[in-house]
Design a protein around this ligand. Structure first.
Ligand code: SF4
Ligand code: SF4
Length: 709
């Protein structure tokens, strides 16, 4: 090529082009390696985290959430923008490396791109560079002018990273321009010299720039060519080395973060990985107190967060003005890591996290609903970190006043109300109920196939006991040979564990597990999603567990359950997904199928339903905790139901029932809105079979049950 030289041959300054670019490569690569190594220092000092199992499942996460960008379309505009940017980057990877190498080896062609594939690939990447450039422009305008509310940073959570985000977006835009200008100048030079012209994609950025350069002299084109190349090199390496200082570090870390993401829903991490329950008494300090108490994966989460705000946008605690917004749990920790583990200089000043970057109220405000984790496109985890921070506070004796009494009662009586153990089965002993549905206690003499695990709120709360009776009647109706543990049952410990009291949880779990194993049952049914989640995920080697909505759905299908038509055809029902049935265990359809099987029942969906369900305010011990908030979560939920046009909220969780009924009163909607549990509604509507058959079936079961009492 005469008149216009390849970048490597240009010697406008002291060094030859090749030497100059070699130096840039060397500085860029060693600089990046050094910065990343320094960023890894806190991870090396972090706690263990066992994330190296099940490589295929992990690879599946990378493919689904990384390459297929699974969660991005949940936010349409930002999601589509991100998909285009990501796809553009994927297309441009080979081109970027080819361009980098051309500076030191001008005849270099990427293997596989020397034949016909080369021009096709060039056309694809011309468009890719154009799309990425346009997306950067739109993203900058969005950040500056049409900024979604979720990007805002309230003063209490620190400072916004807007300038940083815009700077990085602008750098990527410059990189795309430099890449396109480089290709455009080369093509324009080829035209000027009558050589075979490299094809540029019509309408693309390089194509447009080539048009602009077409009347330039050969020497000007040579300067453009060299300048664009230099700009590309410098911007590329600057971007590479600058990203680990801010939110764009997620570009490097996110695929790793997806690979090492948590595989099991509904679980809580152990106090320490690799330390068995029996060895726990040798552990000197529980939970997270200082930054290095986080696991390396949790630190990787901090680096991988893209600061998109989706987690906080869906967090019910944030929505009602509690002092918690999950995004800032991450960004504050990342700022901490950057400040205390600097790239240049020694790590320093390891202050406690609570009182340092987090407040106590912030950490107690979480209901562990899981909405943040469900929404995060990068699978950043929150619940385990929050539970670990609570473990740390509990270990230091730092328990909120309002939780001290229920925790003590759980320790001494096995329930948060401090009621006598022998009263646990009182709900089943009401005379009129006992006559229609005798419930046997599996106390060694009595055996049954199925255990109905009742748990504390249903056992002791006067209003909620009706859910227990409805559940028992449904089990009775479908001919289930079932019983309860009675006084031998203690609280499942589900919330105790999530409030950070691991040793108390272990005591409750071990007691219940012994009682369940001694009962000899083959399966467990519960109407409480918290107990369901605990028995399924927190306990070990239990018989299979089902929620009553699953039992009902399958018996509706089998034909054992049939419903009478709804009496009041004017009622409009909506189903509220309890967090520990829906998000944590993916039971979305069974409760809806039961409702839809009731003839004449009109059902509408709330705007936030299924995996975007809005927490009612938290179950278990959250009932006793009094957070700072502007509004109750339950009130917000009731308003959502009203907005959907419903006047009956159906739920499938005793805690939701407590919160929602309370919220209806607080919202002044008594008479306009009611709440009912799915089991209560189903039991009310169930068709009793022909009197003769019913009498025969019921008589058999009752005989057995009565004999067992
Ligand atoms: S689990 Fe729920 S309450 Fe807790 S931070 Fe996440 S979204 Fe907020
Ligand atoms: S944690 Fe996830 S959802 Fe939240 S801001 Fe970061 S990337 Fe977005």
């Amino acid at each position: 090529m005469e008149g216009i030289q390849l970048a490597a041959q240009v010697t406008p300054w002291l060094a030859s082009g090749r030497t100059l670019f070699l130096i840039i490569h060397f500085l860029g690569i060693t600089g990046f390696a050094y910065i990343v190594a320094m960023r890894l220092v806190p991870l090396l000092r972090a706690q263990r985290d066992l994330r190296f199992d099940r490589p295929l499942a992990r690879l599946g996460k990378v493919l689904k959430f990384g390459l297929a960008q699974w969660k991005h379309p949940r936010y349409r505009t930002a999601g589509i923008l991100h998909i285009f940017i990501f796809a553009g980057f994927i297309c441009l990877v080979l081109r970027a490396f080819s361009v980098l190498i051309v500076g030191i080896s001008e005849t270099f062609v990427m293997p596989g791109l020397s034949g016909r594939a080369g021009p096709i690939y060039n056309i694809i990447t011309d468009y890719a560079a154009t799309v990425v450039f346009l997306c950067m422009f739109i993203a900058i305008v969005r950040r500056l002018i049409f900024r979604p509310a979720r990007y805002a940073v309230p003063e209490k959570f620190g400072k916004a990273h807007t300038a940083d985000a815009i700077f990085l977006l602008a750098l990527i835009a410059i990189l795309m321009v430099a890449d396109s200008l480089f290709a455009a100048a080369r093509a324009a030079g080829q035209v000027q010299q009558g050589q075979a012209v490299e094809l540029l994609a019509a309408g693309s950025l390089p194509w447009m720039l080539k048009g602009l350069l077409s009347s330039s002299s050969v020497s000007a084109l040579r300067d453009f060519y060299f300048g664009a190349y230099l700009l590309h090199e410098v911007t590329f390496y600057f971007l590479l080395c600058y990203r680990p200082f801010g939110i764009q570090f997620h570009v490097e870390t996110s695929l790793f973060n997806l690979y090492f993401a948590k595989l099991e829903r509904g679980t809580v991490k152990p106090v320490k990985y690799g330390v068995s329950d029996e060895q726990l008494d040798q552990v000197k300090s529980f939970g997270v107190k200082k930054f290095e108490d986080f696991t390396w994966k949790h630190m990787l989460d901090f680096y991988s967060c893209a600061d998109c705000g989706r987690c906080s946008d869906n967090c019910p605690a944030n929505a009602v003005g509690r002092p918690l917004s999950p995004r800032f749990i991450t960004t504050k920790a990342r700022d901490y890591a950057f400040q205390h583990y600097p790239v240049f200089g020694k790590s320093n000043n390891h202050k406690p996290l609570i009182g340092g970057i987090y407040s106590e109220d912030e950490i107690w405000s979480c209901t562990t609903c899981g909405a943040c984790e469900e929404e995060c496109p990068l699978l950043v985890e929150y619940i385990d970190k929050i539970v670990d921070l609570r473990r740390g506070m509990i270990d230091d004796g730092n328990v909120p006043q309002s939780l001290q009494k229920p925790l003590k009662a759980l320790e001494s009586r096995g329930n948060p109300y401090g009621k006598m153990e022998k009263k646990r089965a009182d709900w089943a002993n009401a005379k009129d109920f006992r006559q229609t549905c005798p419930v046997k206690t599996l106390d060694g003499k009595n055996k049954a196939d199925t255990l109905y695990f009742v748990d504390s709120v249903t056992s002791f709360d006067d209003r909620i006991q009706s859910i227990g009776r409805a559940t028992a009647k449904i089990l009775d109706h479908v001919g289930e040979n079932f019983g309860i543990l009675g006084a031998a049952e203690k609280d499942s410990g589900h919330e105790v564990r999530r409030f950070g009291e691991e040793t108390l949880f272990m005591a409750l779990r071990d007691h219940n597990a012994d009682a369940i194993n001694a009962s000899g049952v083959k399966r467990i049914v519960t109407a409480d999603p918290h107990a369901y989640n605990a028995l399924k995920h927190d306990y070990k080697d239990m018989p299979p567990v089902e929620h009553i909505s699953q039992v009902m759905a399958s018996e509706v299908k089998s034909g054992k359950i049939k419903f009478n038509a709804i009496e009041n055809g004017n009622n409009v029902y909506t189903y509220h997904d309890p967090c520990y049935l829906g998000r944590h265990n993916q039971v979305y359809d069974d409760p809806r199928n039961v409702l839809d099987a009731i003839p004449g029942l009109k059902r509408v969906e709330m705007s936030r339903s299924r995996d975007r369900s809005f927490c009612c305010g938290g179950g278990g011990l959250a009932l006793f905790y009094e957070p700072n908030e502007e509004q109750r979560m339950g009130v917000k939920r009731v308003q959502m139901a009203a907005e959907a046009g419903a006047n009956v909220i159906v739920t499938a969780c005793p805690f939701c029932m407590v919160n929602i009924e309370d919220a209806i009163k607080v919202a002044g909607m008594e008479g306009k809105m009611t709440a009912i549990d799915l089991a209560e509604l189903a039991e009310k509507q169930i068709v009793c079979e022909s009197p003769v058959l019913e009498a025969m079936g019921a008589a058999e079961i009752r005989q057995e049950n009565v004999a067992g009492r």
